[in-house]
Design a protein around this ligand. Structure first.
Ligand code: GDD
Ligand code: MN
Length: 352
């Protein structure tokens, strides 16, 4: 198999048939396959299989009953299943013209990754539905390129969903897909050579976009995570927990509860909240290989309780013996506890 075209679909029954026909006309043949990774509930998969059987290319439909990783997860699943030496990725709603595929694949001759860019000379983003999306797309592209100045130097459109890669040169095992922007992760994890071809992002022909505020938040999370790694996500959640803790104590005290029980309740509630967020955002990729969620919770909860008891007594001892000023004692013990907590969670709670 020479070429695989990976197409993620989420309720695209209105366009998938035309898309597959046009892909087949553009690059189809006995050495081409189209891998449709479908998370739909509207019969897209059946339509794809049906039209697939009439085409020259081999159409493989993977329907996922329990989708993970959103759009990025679907793309990576498609790339893993793909048999072609060269793999292209494109949307199913005809915003990415299939007729551009030959140029895109040809650009792989001298690069690891070929990017169809809206923002290089000759390209266009006409299809972004409003001035707001235009603005958001432009600004996030600039900020993202500024955060990864070397890795993204050669790429004007790291958020495009239309690209191709040479499978022998991109290791899929190291990707941890989340959200909408898988190309960004591919370009940032490792230094890659990039070739760009301009293309015009057309208007959506039918159906509705799955972009949302939620996807936007996932994107911000992805940026922080790619830039600063797992530990920063852990720190961010810890900081959120500290703020929640303070608020909760104030509320309980205002409601008439004495300080000590209020502080204990707030601390325990925060630990549970932190655990839930950590499971999803920081260690989500390790959950599958680790122990049961019950055992993970018990270990995490026990550690955090022991940790805070030691931390508070130690800080109290340091202050009452005049070793450190109370603010410094708190800061130092918190910093040490943060590292200890991270190490314990990464190596013990989520050990594979
Ligand atoms: N399998 C699967 N699972 N497919 C999905 C999912 C999902 O959870 N969410 C979206 N898709 C598919 C859609 O069916 C479509 O084929 C493609 O991914 C893009 O989704 P749209 O909903 O059309 O997104 P968009 O037009 O707002 O975003 C596009 O433009 C961005 C750049 O502005 C996409 O191409 C993005 O990849 C691109 O970054
Ligand atoms: Mn679209």
């Amino acid at each position: 198999m020479q070429v695989s075209v990976v197409v993620p679909t989420y309720n695209e029954s209105a366009t998938v048939v035309e898309l597959l026909r046009r892909v087949d006309a553009a690059v189809g043949g006995p050495r081409t396959e189209v891998v449709v990774v479908d998370d739909s509930t509207d019969g897209t998969a059946d339509l794809a299989r049906e039209v697939g059987s009439t085409l020259r290319s081999d159409v493989v439909v993977i329907h996922r009953d329990q989708p993970t990783g959103g759009l990025s997860g679907a793309v990576v699943a498609g790339l893993r299943a793909a048999r072609g030496a060269q793999c292209a990725v494109m949307d199913a709603d005809l915003q990415h013209p299939p007729e551009d595929l030959p140029r895109l694949l040809a650009a792989l001759d001298d690069a690891d990754v070929a990017v169809a860019s809206r923002y290089t000379a000759g390209g266009g983003a006409d299809g972004l539905s409003s001035w707001l999306r235009h603005g958001v797309s432009r600004v996030t592209t600039l900020v993202t390129r500024a955060m990864f100045p070397t890795r993204l130097r050669a790429c004007t459109d790291p958020m495009t969903g239309f690209f191709a890669l040479d499978r022998s040169r991109v290791d899929l095992a190291e990707l941890r897909p989340k959200g909408f922007k898988i190309l960004l992760e591919i370009l940032v994890r490792r230094r890659r050579s990039v070739a760009e071809v301009p293309f015009t992002f057309g208007p959506r022909r039918a159906g509705t976009s799955k972009a949302s505020l939620r996807q936007g938040l996932w994107f911000l999370w992805q940026l922080v995570d790619l830039r600063f790694g797992r530990m920063s996500g852990f720190a961010l959640i810890g900081a959120l927990g500290a703020v929640a803790n303070v608020l909760l104590v104030s509320v309980l005290v205002a409601l008439g509860m004495p300080f000590l029980p209020a502080a204990v309740i707030a601390a325990e509630v925060t630990m549970v909240g932190n655990f839930v967020l950590q499971e999803k955002f920081v260690f989500g990729d390790l959950v599958a290989g680790a122990e049961s969620v019950r055992r993970r919770f018990l270990k995490s909860f026990a550690f955090n309780n022991v940790e805070s008891a030691i931390r508070i007594s130690l800080a109290w001892w340091l202050v009452s013996h005049g070793v450190l000023h109370s603010a410094i004692a708190t800061a130092v013990t918190l910093a040490v506890a943060f590292v200890a907590r991270f190490v314990f969670h990464a190596l013990v709670v989520y050990r594979p």
